[in-house]
Write a protein that binds this ligand. Structure first.
Ligand code: SAJ
Length: 416
C-alpha cells in the first residue's frame, strides 16, 4: 500500500510514521518547507514521547519521506487544522480541509480511499467534502471511497494510543466504511468501529465536549467552594469515592487545540439547543480571570509585585501553547503595570520563556503554577532562595513537596 498524508503536525506526523513503521510506503506532505527539510534529515519538529526514535527508524528504512506535493497513492489522509471561524458562534473553519482535499484531486485514481482525520463539524463530509470530489467527476463509493476517521489520541501518549485506542470509521457510503476499515487494520489493535460519516463526526466532537463539560463542572465547583470556604479538592476526592461519580480536575482553564475548540462546532450548528455545551465553554474560558483575581488578592499590599509563571504549555510535559490558558494569564498579568512577570517553562521554546529556574524566580513574590509539567512535582527549594515573598499558587495541584518557608496555596484553600 502507498499512502500520502497531507498535514504533518501533531497528528499527521505520528500517524504517517506509524503506517511507515508497519511497512506502508508513506509520503508526508506539508506546506512548511522547514518541516519537510527537518523530517527528511530525520529530526522531529514537535515534542512527543517515542516519536523521534520512530522517525529515525522509518527514515532509515526509507519507508517515510516528506515533500511539498502529493503523489499518486492508494490512500490519502487529510490531517490539517480546523480552527474556529471568527463568527458569532465560532463555527468550524473547513478552509484547510477543503484546500488539502483539493491538492490531492489531481493525483486521484479509481479505487483510491480518501480519509479525513481532522476534527470537523457534523455533516461536513456529506455537505462539503463529498461535493468537492464529486465535482471532480468521481462517484463516491464506486470510483473512490470517502471516509471520516477522527483522530482520538492523547498528546503525550500518541504512539501508544494510535495502536491501542478504538477507532471510529465513518464512511460516506457503506463501501467507503469498509475501505477505510481496511486501511487502519494495518496497525490498530483496538476495535475498529464502523459507522457513517456524520455519526463519526458527532461522536468525536462529543468525546471532547464530554471532557470540557465535566471540567467546567469541576471549575464551577471550585468557584462555589471558594465563596463558601470549602476545600474543593477534598470535595472532589470524597465525591469520587462514590462508584458512579467521576468529577474531573479544576484548573486555570482548558487549552489545546481540541477541547477549547471543538465544542463550538456543535454549538454553531444548533445554537438555540446546545445550551449546556455553550455554558461549559463560558465557565472554562472564565478561569484565567479567576486565577488573575486570586493573584491580585494574594499580593494585595505588596509593592512592585513580581510573579513567576511556571508553565506556559496547555498541559503537562508538552511544548504546545495553542489556546493555552497559561499564555492568556501570562499576557493578562504582563499587561498590568502593577506587575513584573517572568515565565519559566522547561518545554516551551518561546523567546520569553526562561529555562533557568534561579534566574526566573530571583526577587519574585509568587510562583504561579499553571501547567502540570513533571519538573514541577518536586521543587528544589534551594533554587528558589532568591525569592522575596515566598508564595506558591499552584492552580494544577502538582507540587508535591513542601517547605515551611513557603506559603502554599492551591484551588482547595483559596479564600474570597
Ligand atoms: N484539563 C483540566 N482538567 C481535567 C482534564 C484536563 O483542566 O480534569 C485541561 C488540561 O489541563 C488541558 C485541557 O483540559 O488544558 C485539555 O487536556 P486533555 O488532556 O483533556 O486533552 P487534549 O486536548 O490533550 O486531548 C483531547 C483528548 N480527548 C479526550 O480525552 C476525550 C484526546 O483523546 C483527543 O484526541 C484530543 O483531545 C483531540 O485531538 O481531539
Amino acid at each position: 500500500m502507498k499512502l500520502c498524508t497531507v498535514g504533518l503536525g501533531y497528528i499527521g506526523l505520528p500517524t504517517s510514521i506509524m503506517f511507515a513503521k508497519h511497512g506502508v510506503e508513506v509520503l508526508g506532505v506539508d506546506i512548511n518547507s522547514d518541516v519537510i527539510k527537518s523530517l527528511n534529515k530525520g529530526l522531529i519538529h514537535i515534542e512527543e514521547p517515542g516519536l523521534q526514535e520512530a522517525l529515525t527508524e522509518v527514515v532509515g528504512t526509507g519507508k517515510f519521506k516528506a515533500a511539498s506535493q502529493p503523489e499518486v497513492s492508494d490512500v490519502f489522509i487529510v490531517s490539517v487544522p480546523t480552527p474556529n471561524k471568527d463568527d458569532a458562534h465560532k463555527s468550524c473553519d473547513l478552509t484547510y480541509v477543503l484546500s488539502a482535499t483539493s491538492t490531492i484531486i489531481p493525483y486521484l485514481e479509481k479505487g483510491n480511499t480518501i480519509i479525513v482525520e481532522s476534527t470537523i463539524a457534523p455533516r461536513s463530509m456529506d455537505d462539503y467534502v463529498k461535493p468537492l470530489i464529486e465535482d471532480a467527476g468521481y462517484t463516491i463509493g464506486e470510483d473512490v471511497f470517502l471516509v471520516h476517521c477522527p483522530e482520538r489520541v492523547l498528546p503525550g501518549q500518541i504512539m501508544h494510543e494510535l495502536i491501542y485506542n478504538n477507532r471510529i470509521v465513518g464512511g460516506v457510503t457503506n463501501n467507503c466504511t469498509e475501505a477505510g476499515a481496511k486501511v487502519y487494520e494495518t496497525f490498530v489493535q483496538g476495535e475498529i468501529v464502523k459507522t457513517d460519516a456524520k455519526t463519526a463526526e458527532m461522536s468525536k466532537l462529543m468525546e471532547n465536549t464530554f471532557r470540557d463539560v465535566n471540567i467546567a463542572l469541576a471549575n464551577e465547583l471550585t468557584k462555589v467552594c471558594t465563596e463558601l470556604d470549602i476545600n474543593s479538592l477534598d470535595v472532589i476526592q470524597m465525591a469520587n469515592k462514590h462508584p458512579r461519580v467521576n468529577l474531573h480536575t479544576p484548573g486555570p482553564g482548558v487549552g489545546g487545540h481540541c477541547l477549547a475548540v471543538d465544542p463550538y462546532f456543535i454549538v454553531a450548528k444548533a445554537p438555540e439547543t446546545a445550551q449546556m455545551i455553550n455554558m461549559a465553554r463560558t465557565i472554562n474560558t472564565s478561569m484565567p480571570d479567576f486565577v488573575v483575581e486570586n493573584v491580585d488578592k494574594l499580593l494585595k499590599g505588596v509593592n512592585g509585585k513580581k510573579v513567576t509563571v511556571f508553565g506556559l504549555a496547555y498541559k503537562g510535559d508538552v511544548d504546545d501553547v495553542r489556546e493555552s490558558p497559561a499564555m492568556e494569564i501570562y499576557q493578562s498579568l504582563k499587561n498590568n503595570d502593577e506587575y513584573e512577570i517572568n515565565a519559566y517553562d522547561p518545554h516551551v521554546k518561546e523567546d520569553f520563556a526562561l529555562s533557568n529556574i534561579e534566574e526566573a524566580t530571583a526577587n519574585s513574590d509568587l510562583i504561579l503554577v499553571l501547567t502540570d509539567h513533571s519538573e514541577f512535582k518536586k521543587l528544589d527549594f534551594n533554587s528558589l532562595n532568591k525569592m522575596k515573598n515566598k508564595i506558591i499558587f499552584d492552580t494544577k495541584n502538582v507540587v508535591q513537596n513542601r517547605s515551611e518557608e513557603f506559603n502554599y496555596i492551591n484551588f482547595g484553600n483559596l479564600h474570597d
